[in-house]
Ligand binder design. Structure first.
Ligand SMILES: *Cc1c(COP(=O)(O)O)cnc(C)c1O
Length: 366
């Protein structure tokens, strides 16, 4: 399909890759390095979203004074589309991303993008570039919406001009060698988000501020950083760019516990999904605060049996070892746990369309 829609003019790329060229690019997919033929751009000026374009993927022209480059009004999202057994393509909960995009926009004093326009852009791009949706289990088309301030003005105030961009990247299996637990460094030197700050918003600056902490985790021999709350430096918040879950076994019951949303955590769509999916699998779920000390005590007592992180890119990643200044603890002997893997399989089955989508999470691309 390449017809223009109400708010988008489609200008097909003059340099679409041949089937052979595309197959070559898709034969060895990693994450975030290969991009499809097209992208969507929608400018905002004079207080309104203007007519957008679907056009050839490529560099953007920016004024050096564009205020996002100076003062950081920049937000993004991430969601995935999956090839279905019947040959159709479905995206996982994209409207939830559209709504979160707007919550991020408001926090950074940026304009709302109507969710219907977000969906129109997603439908147009995915249907035009649907040959780029990988077919193998574990693979997907990763969609990256973003918005940033383009105003060429050095004064500090909310910009008057913005650009919304949506592009897509075919993504290979996150664990090509099979799922393997990660090791985490509990950071005491850095915090990700403070009360009243931007922790709930998916904004570029949160990531910029996290990079030295992630580098420190690598120095300590860990794969990822675990963030603690900024005030008490005790409560567990997140792991890198993923939410955390703790699995408890109590009197024959399985309970999955995730830190409650206090305003400093990113409200993950995978997190919310797993809270609902847990019920389908016969588990209970709780959102509450959890300290590092409780984490250590509950592991030592055998009440806590597994820990995992979740997010769009990696879906679910087991945590096998946690380290901090002065201690380290193994979780489930450093192996993948059964509850972690059951939730992972259940979510992937819904996304790949091999089981019924009881919660109506999948959006069919027209
Ligand atoms: C995007 C993100 C997540 C995960 O959110 P999903 O909607 O599940 O992908 C978690 N934490 C941070 C900091 C994030 O930016």
């Amino acid at each position: 399909m390449s017809a223009s829609t109400a708010n988008l003019t489609v200008r097909p790329s003059a340099a679409i890759l041949s089937d052979a060229q595309r197959a070559e690019k898709m034969s060895s997919l990693s994450f975030g390095r290969t991009f499809t033929d097209h992208m969507v751009v929608i400018p905002y000026r004079d207080g309104a979203w203007q007519k957008g374009e679907v056009k050839a993927y490529g560099p953007l022209m920016l004024d050096p004074a564009a205020s996002a480059l100076h003062y950081g009004q920049a937000i993004f999202e991430g969601f995935k589309a999956f090839s279905q057994p019947d040959g159709s393509v479905k995206a996982f909960r994209p409207r939830d991303n559209a709504e979160r995009f707007n919550r991020s926009a408001r926090r950074l004093a940026m304009p709302d993008l109507p969710p219907d326009l977000f969906m129109e852009a997603a439908d147009a791009l995915i249907s035009l570039d649907q040959k780029w949706v990988p077919k193998n289990v574990g693979e997907s088309l990763y969609l990256r919406p973003l918005m940033f301030a383009t105003d060429p003005f050095l004064g500090v105030r909310p910009a008057l001009e913005y650009l919304f961009v949506l592009f897509a990247s075919p993504a290979g299996a996150y664990f090509p060698q099979g799922v393997k637990p990660v090791t985490v460094w509990i950071s005491e030197d850095y915090v990700r988000a403070a009360p009243g700050g931007t922790g709930e918003a998916k904004c570029a600056g949160n990531y910029a501020a996290s990079l030295v902490a992630q580098a420190q985790a690598l120095e300590k021999g860990c794969d990822q950083v675990v963030w603690l709350d900024a005030v008490h430096r005790q409560y567990i918040e997140e792991m890198g760019g993923m939410n955390l879950f703790f699995v408890y076994k109590e009197n024959g019951k399985t309970i999955i516990v995730t830190p409650e949303l206090t305003g400093t955590l990113l409200p993950g769509i995978t997190r919310r999904t797993l809270l609902e999916l847990a019920k389908d699998l016969g588990y209970e779920s709780e959102e509450r605060k959890l300290t590092v000390q409780q984490w250590r005590d509950d592991i030592a007592a055998g009440r806590m049996t597994e820990v995992f992180a979740c997010g769009t890119a990696a879906v679910i990643t087991p945590v096998g070892l946690a380290k901090a200044n002065g201690f380290e603890m193994a979780i489930n002997k450093g192996e993948n746990g059964p509850i972690t893997m059951a939730l992972r399989e259940a979510l992937l089955a819904i996304q790949h369309g091999t089981v019924e989508d009881r919660h109506n999470w999948m959006h069919t691309i027209p």
